[in-house]
Design a protein around this ligand. Structure first.
Ligand code: URA
Length: 193
């Protein structure tokens, strides 16, 4: 089994798809690797490519702000990463081949972190992690159980920057994530004692 450091080195050396040709940095993930929640987005944008960290641009700042209102902080209780670890030029949606080439890295991240809750941010994460045909507008806010993980999808925070009307539903979804998180923590405490 890989450690996160080994995985990070493997991703840095990766040439499995053409995104390696234009990247400045690979972007593996950020946050607490012991967290119970993992947020998964699409792919790095320009800021993330420059800094080598996920969700550090405007969309990431919006997400962090919403999560801090629920007392969720990267350093404390969540881990965040993307389907693709390299930036697609001009922020285009990654192709199926690019996403599939990168998915083994995400699977290894999930094995290392062992989250209880996985939140898919936006359509690309839904397509590759929940169902190729599912539409974010119809499945968002609904819990799925897969291989022992509680999985939910919500809008990508960049979608909220384009369409403010999505903010209310996004917030409702995040509140459900907080409820599930509280359940998970209280179950763990009960079974420990
Ligand atoms: N959008 C994403 O999906 N991921 C990032 O890291 C930044 C923007």
């Amino acid at each position: 089994m890989y450690t996160m450091d080994e995985l990070s080195k493997a991703v840095e050396r990766c040439t499995k798809c053409r995104l390696h040709l234009s990247r400045k940095n690979t972007v593996l993930g950020d946050g607490n690797t012991d967290a119970r929640i993992m947020f998964i987005g699409e792919a790095p944008g320009a800021d993330e490519d420059r800094l080598g960290k996920p969700f550090v641009g405007k969309a990431g700042q919006l997400l962090d702000k919403a999560l801090s209102a629920l007392d969720f902080y990267r350093s404390k209780n969540y881990y965040i990463c993307n389907i693709c670890k390299c930036r697609p030029e001009n922020n285009r949606i990654p192709s199926d081949e690019e996403a599939e080439a990168c998915l083994p890295y995400l699977r290894r991240q999930v094995v290392i972190i062992k989250p209880k809750i996985i939140v898919c941010l936006g359509a690309t994460a839904v397509k590759h992690l929940i169902d190729k045909k599912a539409r974010i507008t119809s499945i968002r806010g609904t819990w799925f159980e897969r291989k022992g993980y509680h999985i939910m999808a919500t809008f990508h925070p960049a979608a909220l920057l384009r369409d403010e009307s999505k903010k209310r539903l996004f917030w409702e979804d995040l509140k459900k994530v907080k409820e599930k998180y509280d359940e998970v923590i209280s179950f763990e405490q009960k079974t420990k004692s």
